[in-house]
Design a protein around this ligand. Structure first.
Ligand code: GLU
Length: 471
């Protein structure tokens, strides 16, 4: 086994919300790092905070990961299923004198905290129970970890470089609450060791937890893994990305008609770069990904760029795949019913005409309506401009002509329209634009003759007749 095949990373979301943009980027970087090194990607659900974690959010996170095709190799592990493991590690630290029972009641702690603050001292635990020699029977206790009080801890962060922390600011951390629940910084370390994690890639909101975690590793005699803390994602106003800046949940982008590969491509560029390249295939991302190319500064989330990227992906996506991806949207919009059989080959043809003009699947769906539905809604402005009585006169004559056509192809239709216009000494537009409005409901569409061919003779005749009768 070579060195790199031992690489193991994890994504460790707390299920207290949906998978959001920041979390998805963390997951993606871990995934790419693992795939690049032929390593292992672990999914671990950090659900120790039972008041805020829900099953629904666990499912939502898993759903988001699957949609983005960030497939993991192990897990999802759940911390709430591992409490016995954590407790045995707490016991070990107690036995070795590296942790101690703290009997201070929450009210006393709060009072002492207030006093310290009033005296201008840091409100850190005063270590009252650190040197008790005998346990106090029948008194509830929490377990605290003995943090070193002196010296400094240097984190050699793979992204930020060395960061030094003074140990004297660290307080003796509670690792087991009096209700028997182990706490976050402790279980993370136990899990990362137990799961043999070699690199921890996570958001830089965890930087300040790192020295605490390093001391726990050391107390067990374990070598800490390598850390890489990802700079934040900001909104356009440079505040931390939040709902105020628009949708932050990954699945909201699915609903808005984004392709998962486009979102992945956008997310990877929030902090990582490879020369000037903007558009990457998944294989390229895996091949090129490296921690060295992650920037040190925060990135700004730019919805317009994401939309642009999505349009690029739609443009180059296979028409049949797009047609299939559009089906749930067509159902949602009521254009087709669930279970309705649509000829996918035919739908792909329609999609092909729209690929260049649709930035999202929602836009694509809205344009597909005029291919699929029997009749279309006509934009009133387009009607006023192009369906005037003089236009309708031409449409009647044209409909006659079209009804007799046996070859309803774009090429034949083009020939028929031209000779129709020539014979009457009118411009092609004088008949083509009213037809476009009658067939698509608006004034902009892909090439008219292609549209007519795909919509098909029967619906074309019906729609023209309808605008004539509604004159
Ligand atoms: N559960 C933590 C979070 O969702 C992540 C912890 C970690 O990656 O170490 O922020």
């Amino acid at each position: 086994m070579n060195e790199s095949s031992k690489i193991r990373v994890r994504f460790a979301p707390s299920p207290t919300g949906h998978l959001h943009i920041g979390g998805a980027r963390t997951a993606l970087f871990n995934y790419l790092f693992a795939r690049h090194h032929n390593g292992t990607f672990v999914l671990r659900i950090e659900d120790t905070d039972t008041t805020r974690s829900t099953e629904e959010y666990i499912e939502a996170i898993v759903e988001g990961m699957k949609w983005l095709k960030l497939d993991w190799d192990e897990g999802p592990y759940r911390q709430t299923e591992r409490f016995d493991i954590y407790r045995s590690y707490v016991e070990r630290l107690l036995r070795e004198g590296k942790a101690y029972r703290c009997y201070c009641a929450p009210e006393e702690l709060e009072q002492r905290r207030q006093e310290a603050l009033a005296q201008g001292k840091p409100p850190k635990y005063d270590g009252r129970c650190r040197n008790l020699t005998e346990p106090l029977p029948d008194k509830p206790f929490a377990v605290r970890f003995k943090m070193p009080q002196e010296g400094a801890t240097v984190v050699n962060d793979l992204i930020k470089g060395p960061i030094e922390f003074d140990n004297n600011v660290l307080e003796d951390l509670i690792i087991l609450r009096s209700d028997g629940a182990p706490t976050y910084n402790f279980v993370v370390v136990v899990d990362d060791i137990d799961m043999k994690i070699t690199h921890i890639i996570r958001g830089d909101d965890h930087v300040n937890n790192t020295p605490k975690q390093i001391h726990i590793y050391r107390a067990f005699g374990w070598e800490p893994p390598q850390f890489g803390h990802l700079p934040m994602i900001l909104g356009a106003d440079k505040a931390r990305l939040s709902k105020r800046h628009g949708a932050t949940s990954v699945m909201a982008y699915k609903d808005m008609g984004y392709l998962p590969d486009a979102l992945v491509n956008y997310l990877v560029r929030l902090g990582w770069s490879y020369g000037d390249q903007e558009v990457f295939t998944r294989d390229e991302l895996i091949r090129y990904f490296s921690m060295e190319n992650i920037g040190k500064s925060a990135s700004v989330f730019n919805p317009e760029k994401l939309l642009w990227l999505n349009s690029q992906y739609i443009m180059k996506e296979d028409a049949k795949d797009l047609a299939e991806a559009a089906i749930p949207f067509l159902i949602k919009e009521g254009v087709i019913t669930e279970g309705q059989q649509l000829d996918i080959q035919w739908l792909s043809k329609a999609v092909n005409t729209l690929k260049e003009r649709s930035r999202t699947l929602v836009e694509l769906t809205s344009a597909l309506k005029y291919y699929i539905m029997e009749y279309v809604e006509i934009d009133p402005k387009a009607k006023d401009k192009f369906l005037k009585p003089e236009n309708l006169k031409y449409l009647s004559e044209l409909n006659e002509l079209l009804s007799g056509l046996s070859d309803f192809t774009a090429a034949e239709l083009e020939r028929v329209f031209h000779s129709f216009a020539d014979e009457r000494g009118i411009k092609l537009g004088a008949v083509a634009q009213p037809v476009r409005v009658a067939i698509t409901g608006g004034t902009a569409s892909p090439g008219l003759f292609e549209v007519l061919e795909i919509v098909g003779k029967e619906k074309v005749l019906k729609r023209i007749s309808k605008v004539i009768s509604e004159g």
